[in-house]
Design a protein around this ligand. Sequence first.
Ligand code: 6CS
Ligand code: FE
Length: 311
Amino acid sequence: MMLTLTDVYKSRCDNEAAIILRQDPVVYQGWKEVGPADLSQHQLARYAQKGFIVLKQLFSPEEVGRMLREVERLAHDPKLEGYDEVIAEPGGGEVRSVFMVHRLSPVLDRLARDIRLVNIARQILGSEVYIHQSRANRKPGFKGKEFYWHSDFETWHVEDGMPRMRAVSCSILLTDNDEHNGPLMIIPGSHMHYIRCVGETPGEHYKYSLRKQEYGVPDEASLRFLVDRGGIESMKAPAGSVVFFDCNAMHGSNSNITPRPRSNLFFVYNSVENTLGAPLHGLAPRPEFVATRSDFSPIEPVTPETVKSSA
Ligand code: 6CS
Ligand code: FE
């Protein structure tokens, strides 16, 4: 008898949108090693309930300055011009995102392995972790366009074959994020429902979706359901702050028409127990710069001097 495990998180199968209850824990037990910036039990409980947590000014202005300079160096590096990793804003011109920054920059590679971030990811995911994806979203002044509402997990499950909801995004604010310049918005509690999207994913979808997502976009009735239950919170915080948010948290951000950039770095930590399988619907795997497949080995964290002295 052929056992066919139904995929509870299938999506983009037909023209039927649906709201499914989450079938996975949010905070996985089991990680006991203490780190210098660990979340308290209360913070972990709040994260489990809301789907995100904001840690104000985890990094010093000097550290943030170095990160921002490195992102701008990559964004304007003539050697990277025309590379798939560098995504222009719709309509061309400004650089919207640079992907796989942890492999393009030794400075950002060390940051991705910083024990202050890795240990919190381990606490949440209850295991060793590796980087599924990294990117810098620059959202430049006047030109930075929106990121419409979406669940990252819906894309990572359908297009990257990520089995379960056992990944966490870490966004480091490189500039002040305020109510004007397009801060990340998250719907509290939305991580507890999975929105099945309609439509059929086109081939090489990432070539368009990273500029403007048109498939894997939740329907308005489902979005209204989530917002009616949880409202909307903007991740307003000074540069150097860090937002950890669940892979299935519904999020988005508005365009930036102010002169001030809203530049954020994202590291996506995935559990080593949740490594990618085959994408759904016979889709071809997305390239390495969007979804790590070549190396699932656990991150070896680094403890910067600044942390040693303050730990
Ligand atoms: O497709 C992805 O993996 C990317 N797309 C969005 C809108 N957010 C997550 C990720 O950067
Ligand atoms: Fe996203």
